[in-house]
Design a protein around this ligand. Structure first.
Ligand code: NAG
Ligand code: NAG
Ligand code: NAG
Ligand code: NAG
Ligand code: NAG
Ligand code: NAG
Ligand code: NAG
Ligand code: NAG
Ligand code: NAG
Ligand code: NAG
Length: 708
C-alpha cells in the first residue's frame, strides 16, 4: 500500500470557483463551464458536437491524445436515436498503450470517469475487439466490445494529480478503440467508499419506476451527470410516483437526484416482495470482486393515520442487510454497504414487508459497484510535467503515452526510471539521441530533478546550453555531442565539471564556442553575451593526449597505436582536438606530457591528509581537497575502486576536464596512475573565487590580458 501522492481537501464551492475560472480561460482549459470534460472520440475538426438529450457539448479529441486515427461506424449500425458521439471512433492500431490525458483537475478530488465504446464495425472486420482500460496507472476494466450494444464503463476514483490518463491497452485481441470519454467532478463527501487507494467500478445504476423505458435520467436532472437507467417491469411491479420534489439532506453521501427519487416500485401482489439479483463477474486479476450495494429510498405516499411501511432488506435469504426500515417521506435516504459484501457467485436481494407493516415494500433507485484498487502510484508529478512538456516541444511520438515510468514494462522508450517501494517513480536517465530533435534545449529538462544521465546527442538542437542544467543535483552525464548548439558552456556548468560532479560531452557542435580566444566578444555586444562567452576555455590538448593515449595503448597491447579502435565517444572527442595538434601519432604526443607532474598514491595521501576533506562527488568517485608542498590548494579527483564505470570513462572525463578548464578557472597540475589507483590533480579554486570571477565580470579584460 502506498500513500497518495498529494491529498488536497477541496470544497465544492472551490471547485465551482475553479470551474468558473476555467470557463474564463476557456481557450486553454479542458473543462467546460460546469467543470465537465466531454470528448467525442474520433470527431474530426474543431467544432464540438452537442448531445440532443443533455445539451452537453462534446469536444473533438485531438487536444487530448496524439495517437490513433478517426473512423466512422458502418451505416448499418446507425439508427435515428443513436447519439452523435457514437457515430465515430478513434482507434489505436499502434503501440501497446494509447492514452487520453485529461487536465485542469483538482488533485485529491473524486471524479467519475466514463468511457463509451460503440464498435459498429467501424473497421469492416466484424470482429469486436477485447482490450484493457486503465484509470491512470490502475487497471480499471476489460473492454469486451459489441457490435450491437454501446459498452459503457464507469469508475469513480480519487485523482491524485491535476491530470489523469485514461489508457487503452492492447491485449492482442483486436485494435483498441473508443467512442466517447467523460469526466465529471464529484463532491468529496459523495461515495465515501472511494478513497485514494480504492475506486468503484459501476455494474448497474437503476432508477425504479419510470413509465417509459427510454427515460434515462442524467444531466441536468442529475447535476453530477450520473446515468440512471430505467428499471421497469410492469408485470411484477407497480410504479408509484410523486410530482413533489424529494429533498436530499445537505450531507447526503449520494445525492440521488429528485427526478430519480420521485418514482419507485412496489410489488403488484401486496404480500409479495421486491427481488433482484446479479451474478458475480470475475475480473482479470480479481476472480471474486467485492461488491458494494447502494439502495435509495423515499416514501412518496402520505400514509393514513395508522398505516406503516416497514421493510427488511435481505441478501441471499438469510443475511439481513437491514431490518425494520421505514423510508422517510419525500426525503431521499440511502442504505449502503461501506465495505464489500461477502463474496458469492450470485447475489439475491429481496425487500419484504415486516410483520408490522401495513404497506408493501418499495424501492426508488439502486446502484451496484465493485471495488478496485487504485493503489498504484504514477511517476513523480514534477517529472511527469517536465517530460510531458518535453514531449510536446519536440512532438515526440514513439510509445510516449500515459505514465512515463509505470507500469515498468510500458516505460517510455529512451527513459529509465527508479522504482522505490513507497515513493513515486522518478525518471533517472533519458536517451533522446538520434531522435531528430530540433529547436533549442527545452528548459523543462532542468525540472527533472532526479535525472542522472541525459543524452541528447546526434540531434539538430540549436541555441545555447541552458544554465539551469547545472541545478540538476544528480546529473552525472550530459551528452550534447553532434548538435548545432551555439554560445558557450555556462559558468555554472563549468563549475559542476570542476567539482567533479558532472561529465559533459559536447563535441561536434560546430558553432559552440569552446575556445576562449575566439569566444572573445566583439565590442558593443551585450553584457549577457560577455558573461556567457568568456568563461570558456582553451583546449588543453596536450594534457588530454597525455592522459588518454598512454592508457589506451596499454589496454590495447598488441595493436599498434595508430590502429586503435576507439569507442565512438572517444573518437568524437579525439576528432574534436583542434588542428593545432602537433603532427604525429599518439606516441609523439605523449612525449609532451612531461609538463604534467605524475603523482604516486602515497603522495596523494600526504597532499590530502589521508583523503580527509571531500569537495564533491561524481559518478566516478570523489573529489578531495589537498595542498601541495608549496601551499597550492588542489582538488584531487580519485577514481573509486568501486566505481562501476570503467577506466576508459574515467579517462574520458579526465579529458573533458582538461579540455574545458581555462587558465583563469583551474589548471591541471598532474595525474596519478599507481596500481589500481587513478586520480587527477588540478588547481582548486575556492567557490568564492570562482563566483567572484563569474560575478566580477572584468572577464573580457582578463581573457584579453591573459592571451596577450
Ligand atoms: C465520416 O462521416 C462524415 C459525415 O458523414 C464525413 O464527412 C467524413 O468524411 C467521414 N470520415 C471518414 C474518416 O470516413
Ligand atoms: C466477450 O463477450 C462475448 C459475448 O458477450 C463472450 O462470448 C466472450 O467470451 C467475451 N470475451 C471476453 C474475453 O470476455
Ligand atoms: C481506502 O479504503 C479501504 C477500504 O476501506 C482501506 O482498506 C484503505 O486503507 C483506504 N485507503 C486510504 C488511503 O484511506
Ligand atoms: C402473492 O405473494 C405471496 C407470497 O409471495 C404468494 O404466496 C401469493 O400466491 C401471491 N399472490 C399472487 C396473486 O400472485
Ligand atoms: C438465488 O435465487 C435463485 C432463484 O430463486 C436460486 O436458484 C438461488 O439458489 C439463489 N441463490 C442464493 C445464493 O441464494
Ligand atoms: C422476509 O424475508 C426474511 C428472509 O427471507 C424472512 O425471514 C422473513 O420471514 C420475511 N418476512 C416476511 C414478513 O415475509
Ligand atoms: C411491531 O408491532 C408491535 C406491536 O404493535 C410492537 O410491539 C413492535 O415493537 C413492532 N416492531 C417493530 C420492529 O416496529
Ligand atoms: C506488462 O506486465 C503485466 C503484468 O506484469 C502483463 O500483464 C502485461 O501483459 C505486460 N505488458 C506488456 C506489454 O508486456
Ligand atoms: C541511446 O539511443 C540510441 C538510439 O536509440 C542507441 O543507439 C544507443 O545505444 C542508446 N544509448 C544507450 C546508452 O542506451
Ligand atoms: C538537421 O537538419 C538538417 C536541415 O535542416 C537536415 O538536413 C538534417 O538531416 C537534420 N539532421 C538530423 C540528425 O536530424
Amino acid at each position: 500500500m502506498t500513500m497518495p501522492k498529494r491529498m488536497v481537501a477541496v470544497s465544492w464551492s472551490m471547485l465551482l470557483c475553479l470551474a468558473a475560472a476555467a470557463a474564463v480561460l476557456k481557450a486553454r482549459a479542458q473543462l467546460d463551464s460546469i467543470g465537465f470534460i466531454s470528448i467525442d472520440c474520433g470527431l474530426p475538426g474543431t467544432a464540438n458536437s452537442v448531445d440532443d438529450a443533455t445539451k452537453l457539448s462534446y469536444a473533438p479529441d485531438a487536444a487530448f491524445t496524439d495517437a490513433g486515427s478517426n473512423h466512422n461506424i458502418s451505416v448499418e449500425y446507425i439508427t435515428p436515436t443513436l447519439a452523435k458521439r457514437y457515430l465515430n471512433v478513434r482507434s489505436f492500431p499502434d503501440g501497446a498503450r494509447s492514452c487520453y490525458m485529461l487536465r485542469s483537475l483538482v488533485p485529491g478530488l473524486k471524479y467519475t470517469l466514463r468511457a463509451e465504446f460503440k464498435y459498429g464495425n467501424y473497421d469492416g472486420l466484424n470482429r469486436p475487439p477485447v482490450f484493457d482500460l486503465y484509470a491512470g496507472v490502475n487497471f480499471w476494466s476489460r473492454v469486451n466490445a459489441s457490435s450491437q450494444k454501446v459498452v459503457v464503463l464507469e469508475a469513480i476514483v480519487v485523482v491524485p494529480d491535476d491530470y489523469v490518463h485514461v489508457c487503452l491497452v492492447n491485449t492482442g485481441s483486436g485494435t483498441p478503440f473508443i467512442s466517447a470519454l467523460e469526466l465529471r467532478p464529484l463532491k468529496s463527501s459523495l461515495y465515501p467508499q472511494v478513497n485514494a487507494t480504492q475506486g468503484l467500478v459501476l455494474l448497474s445504476r437503476r432508477n425504479c419506476g419510470p413509465t417509459d423505458d427510454a427515460d434515462i435520467v442524467r444531466y441536468p436532472d442529475d447535476p453530477h451527470d450520473r446515468v440512471w437507467l430505467p428499471f421497469v417491469n410492469t408485470a411484477r411491479w407497480e410504479a408509484i410516483s410523486t410530482s413533489n420534489k424529494v429533498r436530499n439532506l445537505d450531507d447526503s453521501e449520494f445525492a440521488a437526484p429528485s427526478k430519480v427519487m420521485q418514482t419507485a416500485i412496489t410489488p403488484r401482489n401486496a404480500s409479495g416482495r421486491i427481488e433482484f439479483f446479479w451474478l458475480s463477474e470475475p475480473q482479470p486479476g480479481d476472480p471474486t470482486p467485492g461488491y458494494i450495494v447502494i439502495l435509495h429510498f423515499s416514501e412518496l405516499q402520505l400514509l393514513a393515520g395508522n398505516a406503516v411501511r416497514q421493510q427488511h432488506l435481505v441478501l441471499n435469504d438469510d443475511l439481513r442487510f437491514w431490518s425494520d426500515y421505514t423510508p422517510p417521506y419525500l426525503l431521499s435516504d440511502t442504505i449502503y454497504s461501506m465495505k464489500p459484501l461477502p463474496r458469492f457467485s450470485r447475489y439475491n436481494f429481496s425487500i419484504n414487508a415486516t410483520a408490522n407493516s401495513t404497506m408493501p415494500p418499495i424501492i426508488n433507485a439502486g446502484e451496484i459497484f465493485f471495488v478496485f484498487s487504485t493503489a498504484n502510484v504514477g511517476t513523480d508529478y514534477s517529472d511527469v510535467s517536465a517530460i510531458t512538456a518535453i514531449k510536446a516541444k519536440y512532438r515526440v511520438k514513439k510509445n510516449w503515452a500515459g505514465d512515463p515510468c509505470v507500469p515498468n514494462n510500458l516505460t517510455w522508450d529512451g527513459l529509465t526510471c527508479s522504482y522505490a517501494n513507497s515513493n513515486p517513480s522518478r525518471i533517472t536517465r533519458i536517451n533522446m539521441s538520434f531522435s531528430g530533435l530540433d529547436g533549442d534545449i527545452s528548459s523543462s529538462f532542468a525540472n527533472l530533478k532526479a535525472i542522472q544521465y541525459l543524452d541528447l546527442s546526434y540531434n539538430n538542437l540549436t541555441g545555447s546550453i541552458p544554465d539551469a542544467l547545472s541545478q540538476l543535483p544528480s546529473l552525472l552525464v550530459l551528452d550534447l555531442t553532434n548538435n548545432q548548439l551555439s554560445g558557450s558552456i555556462p559558468p555554472s556548468l563549468l563549475k559542476r565539471i570542476q567539482d567533479g560532479s558532472l561529465n559533459i560531452q559536447y563535441g561536434n557542435n560546430p558553432n559552440l564556442c569552446t575556445n576562449a580566444a575566439s569566444c572573445k566578444p566583439a565590442k558593443g555586444r551585450n553584457k549577457l553575451a560577455v558573461y556567457v562567452a568568456v568563461p570558456v576555455v582553451l583546449v588543453v590538448v596536450i594534457v588530454s593526449a597525455v592522459l588518454v593515449f598512454p592508457f589506451l595503448i596499454r589496454k590495447k597491447q598488441g595493436s599498434t597505436s595508430t590502429n586503435i579502435t576507439m569507442r565512438p565517444q572517444i573518437e568524437t572527442m579525439m576528432s574534436y582536438a583542434p588542428a593545432t595538434l602537433p603532427p604525429g601519432d599518439a606516441h609523439t604526443q605523449s612525449s609532451l606530457h612531461l609538463e604534467n607532474r605524475k603523482f604516486t598514491y602515497k603522495e596523494l595521501e600526504m597532499i590530502t591528509n589521508n583523503f580527509q576533506r571531500v569537495l564533491g562527488r561524481g559518478g566516478f568517485g570523489e573529489v578531495y581537497n589537498g595542498f601541495l608542498e608549496d601551499g597550492t590548494q588542489v582538488a584531487i579527483k580519485l577514481r573509486s575502486q568501486f566505481s562501476n564505470q570503467g577506466v576508459k570513462e574515467f579517462l574520458i572525463e579526465a579529458q573533458i576536464l582538461t579540455r574545458i578548464h581555462h587558465k583563469n578557472l583551474v589548471s591541471m597540475i598532474g595525474y596519478c596512475k599507481d596500481g589500481q589507483y587513478m586520480a587527477l590533480v588540478y588547481e582548486y579554486m575556492s567557490e568564492g573565487t570562482l563566483q567572484e570571477q563569474i560575478a566580477g565580470m572584468p572577464y573580457a579584460e582578463m581573457a584579453a590580458t591573459e592571451n596577450s
